[in-house]
Design a protein around this ligand. Structure first.
Ligand code: GAR
Length: 207
């Protein structure tokens, strides 16, 4: 009989509806999945994602950035403390719409991943679907990546592509990408939580 290694305890940071968080919570219910979603933190009170997390029996917390008078490090120290108390091993950003300081990112380097709705390095920042339509690309998609201090610049773990179809608008394209996000992110988290993908020397090392 082989004894499975302990599952990594994951804290998911959200700012909204939390559909990616739900896809992770569903994936983590499978036998043998190497991570458990132990905690969901939102920076905005009462978002739909918090309620959805509670439906899964996941502990939730709100750390409202507006309570910190624009002191980003104080906000992050509060998040860090909630993560520590809950013995979190890995952070998953899932629609978390605050930019994190180098202090926080460095502290969690190699232990924090994000999903971004574009084929990085294309279309960093916000309104990625609008950026893709304006650029006239024929393919778009999403990227799961390790978080580094520079915004949306971390080494990519996995990507998924979708076609851009005639007549697409931001909403239809976003929806097509989101379907892929919900498959990609659980796969990327499994790679990281199992140690099959690691951040070393600024690159993703596999195996
Ligand atoms: C997702 O499309 C995610 O890729 C994007 O926000 C959405 C959150 O949806 N994240 C970013 O743009 C980060 N820069 P969700 O709350 O339903 O998971």
């Amino acid at each position: 009989m082989t004894i499975a290694p302990p599952r990594k305890r994951v804290g998911v940071l959200i700012s909204g509806r939390g559909s990616n968080m739900v896809s992770l919570a569903e994936a983590a219910q499978a036998q043998g999945y190497p991570a458990e979603i132990a905690l969901v933190i939102s920076n905005i009170p009462d978002v739909a994602g918090l309620e959805r997390a509670r439906e899964f029996g996941i502990a939730t917390a709100t750390v409202d950035h507006r309570a910190f008078n624009r002191d980003r490090e104080a906000f992050e120290r509060a998040i860090d403390e909630v993560l520590r108390v809950n013995q979190i091993d890995l952070i998953v950003l899932a629609g978390f719409m605050r930019i994190l300081t180098p202090w926080f990112v460095t502290r969690w380097e190699g232990r924090m991943i994000n999903i971004h709705p574009s084929l990085l390095p294309l279309f960093k920042g916000t309104h990625t679907h609008r950026q893709a339509l304006e650029a006239g690309v024929s393919e778009h998609g999403c990227s799961a990546h390790f978080v580094v201090p520079e915004l949306d610049a971390g080494p990519v773990i996995l990507q998924a592509k979708v076609p851009v179809l005639p007549g697409d608008d931001e909403e239809t394209l976003a929806q097509r990408v989101l379907v892929e996000e919900h498959k990609l992110y659980p796969a990327a988290l499994a790679e990281v939580a199992s140690g099959r993908a690691r951040l070393e020397g600024g690159a993703v090392i596999r195996g």
